[in-house]
Design a protein around this ligand. Structure first.
Ligand code: SF4
Length: 326
């Protein structure tokens, strides 16, 4: 069960003396918009809800907030990601409440003991962070050493978007407590460590082996297709946490040096529909890596991450690393 807790956020809004706020809500939580707005209005705030898609903590809209004369942004569902920012932004992360955490702890512990793991790193997303200390204690009772590291710009043990720095400790195996494959793949390819996934929604535990191999096959296939391309569009997002125009310009030069025709295309939210009519053979993504890792299938043309361009230009796959971490 997902809990949206606004008490701390409201305290922070009071502290910065905000009166009119713009709220940003991730796509999966938009059905809660009315409740959130009602709660804030009852506390006396004027509220404007941004309905533009919002997929991560890197997606902050200070220009819109200013245009709408709001004196703060309330960003729901994520923790702080962008460091240098003068805007007044309050984050209201979410907590997920599991039905039976006792059972969960035992299930993971048995799996680790049965498979001979005595030292592991644990990471999770913001929704499950509150479970890590108890999990670590339970492991200790069962003679499993657990490392919960504070990464760069995140909480202890947190993976945030494409920031996997909490997995960079001494443990050679990482237990990822969370759903989806984007984070475990990112951890594996970013750190070269083995990853065990416990999915609290499906209540399953497994290693990443099969998915890792499938992922590599798909990436190599896309890169091979892109090698035959004569023209490329480099996609640049204007979202403040995803804008990599200098990288785009560098890649443009490299591809042009190899005789390719290259366009740099900018937009806020990147989607296949916005590219209709653009006659290029392949796409290079410099924005959110999830686009090319999770969503590449929605694009008609091969969509690569910018750090895969070196393979298009001939580098061997021997040490292939997507570097989908920052
Ligand atoms: S760039 Fe993408 S994965 Fe990284 S924080 Fe932003 S939305 Fe999340």
């Amino acid at each position: 069960m997902l809990q949206i807790e606004l008490t701390d956020a409201i305290k922070s809004l009071k502290k910065i003396k905000a009166k009119k706020i713009m709220i940003q809500i991730p796509e999966g939580l938009k059905t809660n918009t009315e409740n959130i707005v009602n709660e804030l209005e009852q506390k006396g705030y004027k509220v404007i809800t941004s309905m533009d898609p919002c997929f991560g903590a890197c997606d902050i809209k200070p220009t819109e907030a200013k245009q709408l004369q709001c004196d703060a942004i309330l960003h729901i569902g994520h923790t702080k990601f962008i460091e240098k920012n003068n805007e007044k932004i309050i984050y209201a992360p979410l907590k997920y409440k599991l039905k039976n955490f006792e059972e969960t702890k035992n299930k993971i512990t048995h799996y680790l003991l049965d498979n001979g793991f005595s030292f592991i790193g644990i990471v999770t997303t913001a929704q499950y962070l509150h479970y890590l200390p108890e999990l670590k204690k339970h492991f200790k009772k069962n003679k499993i050493r657990a490392e919960i590291l504070k990464g760069k710009r995140v909480e202890n043990g947190q993976v945030l978007g494409c920031n996997y720095s909490s997995a960079n400790g001494r443990a050679k195996t990482i237990l990822y407590f969370g759903d989806g494959l984007f984070h475990p793949l990112g951890i594996h390819f970013g750190t070269k460590k083995e990853v065990i996934i416990f999915d609290p929604i499906l209540n399953t535990i497994k290693t990443l082996d099969q998915e890792k191999n499938d992922f590599l096959k798909k990436r190599f296939l896309l890169i091979e297709k892109a090698k035959t391309a004569k023209s490329f569009a480099i996609l640049v997002s204007t979202k403040i946490g995803q804008n990599r125009i200098s990288i785009a310009e560098k890649i443009k030069k490299e591809l042009e040096g190899a005789g390719k025709k290259v366009f740099i295309c900018s937009m806020d939210y990147i989607s296949e529909e916005k590219l209709l009519g653009l006659e290029v053979d392949a796409l290079i993504n410099t924005a959110c890596p999830r686009l090319s890792i999770d969503d590449f299938i929605s694009y008609k043309k091969p969509l690569l991450n910018y750090n895969e361009v070196k393979y298009v230009l001939g580098k061997s796959y021997k040490n292939y690393k997507t570097e989908i971490i920052y």
